[in-house]
Write a protein that binds this ligand. Structure first.
Ligand code: 8ID
Ligand code: ZN
Ligand code: ZN
Length: 354
């Protein structure tokens, strides 16, 4: 009872609006290669990365035509013939994340840095993603979803959640430290507030507008700086952090401006985690102060399969909850516009059954 065609959102050219079509082919079970699985999706979160892919504004381009989406949750309905040692079975509920496949045998893979695999494949970028009713993925890489977490709650943990969980984990902070989160009211940021609080950190949230302020304070941030209203962002952040500056910053804003002052508001020995991926941007930090303040600047790219399981596990225990609203696939274009304008507090999750 697997249909031959499905509803999907397709980007044919980055210069054209995306199209919702009803007759995109569904890869049939007998067409699956060994190791592949077919997942019938319940939901898919919409990440700002999908908008970058759709706009073609990064130094590397997505495949075209493209089905975007990499925060999908659904059930496995078929597994390719001759698949050996599958860790999942037909009927299991699983998540699809940005890292769709890694070879598990190149140097980065062997070091646990499989998200930077030399042969990696990425959902909604180099392979078709989750803005469709069915998606093809790999049994070794889908993430099992515990029963206690609904598909809609789990979806955005698979990219936004994993990404900020890993960035905070590697931010060299410890219990009681101050972490500064520019972009705190967005998809990644509002989950970062919660993972940080769960890890015993104290949060300075930076974003704009009453709705995002209310959200991040409710989620446990202690201090708020509105980047549009402040007269001196660096001064405000330092004042908020006992006069010494943050121990770390995790920047999840999709704009270069959010990086500009980070080195200035970090304290001696502070760490800047580079996560947000603004289009055509360079990181510029004052070299003198980076050196004399002993600042570390670290790039952090989603997470590996283990990071994904850990981030999901924390959410399943109720420590982190995605703040989302559910929309039909037909509202993907409006969602992109709202993301572009910075209007979404938390996440939009698409209901693929709607
Ligand atoms: O692996 C990675 N490093 C990774 C994984 C997933 C996503 C990186 N990303 C990237 C995305 O491609 C995107 O560039 O992280 C960025 C944020 O993704 P998102 O959280 O999905 O975007 P959003 O929901 O639009 O949130 C961005 C927030 O930043 C705020 C906005 O108001 C919004 O709430 N913001 C902006 I725009 N400028 C700001 C500034 N100057 C700012 N916040 C503070 N200061
Ligand atoms: Zn993402
Ligand atoms: Zn590899």
């Amino acid at each position: 009872n697997i249909p031959k065609v499905q509803k999907a959102a397709i980007v044919e050219k980055t210069s054209e609006p995306l199209k919702i079509i009803n007759d995109f082919p569904v890869k049939q079970p007998e067409e699956l290669a060994p190791g592949e699985c077919l997942v019938e999706l319940d939901v898919s979160g919409v990440c700002h990365t999908d908008l970058h892919a759709r706009n073609g504004d990064w130094p590397i381009q997505a495949k075209l035509p493209l089905i975007g989406g990499h925060e999908g949750v659904g059930r496995i309905v078929a597994i390719g013939a001759h698949t050996s040692d599958s860790p999942v079975k037909v009927g299991d509920r699983v998540g699809i994340k940005w890292l769709a496949y890694s070879c598990m045998d190149c140097e980065p893979c062997r070091k646990g840095l499989e998200q930077s695999c030399l042969n990696g494949r990425y959902s909604g970028f180099t392979v078709d993603g989750t803005f469709s009713q069915y998606v093809v993925s790999w049994v070794t890489h889908v993430t099992p979803i515990p029963e206690s977490l609904s598909s809609a709650e789990a979806a955005s943990i698979l990219c936004a959640g994993v990404t900020v969980y890993r960035a905070i984990k590697y931010s060299r902070t410890k219990i009681g430290d101050w972490i500064v989160l520019p972009g705190a009211g967005g998809g990644l940021g509002h989950l970062a507030v919660q993972y940080a609080v769960a890890m015993g950190l104290r949060v300075v949230a930076i974003d704009t507008g009453a709705e995002k302020k209310e959200l991040v304070m409710r989620l446990g941030a202690e201090k708020w700086v509105d980047f549009r209203e402040t007269k001196d962002l660096v001064k405000d952040v330092i004042a908020a952090t006992d006069g010494l500056g943050g121990h770390a910053a995790v920047v999840t804003a999709a704009t270069g401006a959010a990086y500009a002052q980070a080195v200035d508001y970090l304290r001696m020995g502070g760490t800047l985690m580079v996560v947000g991926l603004p289009a055509k941007a360079n990181l510029s930090a004052d070299i003198f102060f980076t050196v004399v303040k002993s600042i570390s600047i670290l790039g952090s790219y989603v997470g590996n399969r283990q990071d994904a399981r850990e981030a999901i596990e924390i959410a399943a225990r109720g420590k982190v909850k995605c703040h989302y609203s559910l929309k039909p696939l037909s509202e993907l274009s409006q969602t992109y516009e709202a993301l572009e304008q910075g209007k979404i507090a938390g996440r939009i999750v698409l209901n693929m059954k709607d």
